[in-house]
Write a protein that binds this ligand. Sequence first.
Ligand SMILES: NC(=O)c1ccc[n+]([C@@H]2O[C@H](COP(=O)([O-])OP(=O)(O)OC[C@H]3O[C@@H](n4cnc5c(N)ncnc54)[C@H](OP(=O)(O)O)[C@@H]3O)[C@@H](O)[C@H]2O)c1
Length: 179
Amino acid sequence: MFGVTHRTIPPKSYTHTVKQTALITGASGGIGLELARLFAGDGWDVVLVARSDAKLRDLAAELGRQHGITAQVIIADLAKPDAAADIVKTLTDRGLIVDALVNNAGYGLTGPFVETDLRLELEMIQVNVAAITHLTKLLLPGMVARRRGRILNVASTVVPAGPSHGRLLRDEGIRAVIL
Ligand SMILES: NC(=O)c1ccc[n+]([C@@H]2O[C@H](COP(=O)([O-])OP(=O)(O)OC[C@H]3O[C@@H](n4cnc5c(N)ncnc54)[C@H](OP(=O)(O)O)[C@@H]3O)[C@@H](O)[C@H]2O)c1
């Protein structure tokens, strides 16, 4: 007979003897807000990042009250090229160490590429790509040095579905591949 291995799951209090902090971008709504609730529910301190000041402050108060954790707010517009550096400076000024980085803020634009607004697209690339790259670049070295850290990039099922977009373009007589 095969033996049965019993694994003891550490009690919640044990797993949380070391306080950890998660920074969640786009925490003012949608998936980011729910992720913030999940981290706080698991006893993590959270740093909530987005543009909507009042929503973030309300959420921080709610999470602190409900879970007894520390929830901090950093107001930032990730479409601004300096946003990631400003966020990390604020973290340093407040003496905060990020153990989990959740790159969640983002959005999509729709419409035929030939007609859409380039300014809006470049802004979206700044939020969805450049800010994530920049924030990760600034926070990862500390995680590596501490030998502790987690990064979650919230993306889209559209990413692996690239060929269907390619097909749409091919139907217009254009060959394109999204990697
Ligand atoms: N929901 C879906 O079906 C779906 C599908 C594919 C991919 N995704 C991806 O999943 C992530 C979350 O989606 P969601 O549906 O939860 O989005 P959502 O409800 O629209 O929330 C987006 C979050 O991003 C923040 N944000 C947007 N622009 C920002 C900026 N310039 N600077 C700082 N924060 C900004 C918003 O906060 P403020 O407005 O307060 O700044 C908000 O908190 C996004 O990256 C999205 O692309 C979602």
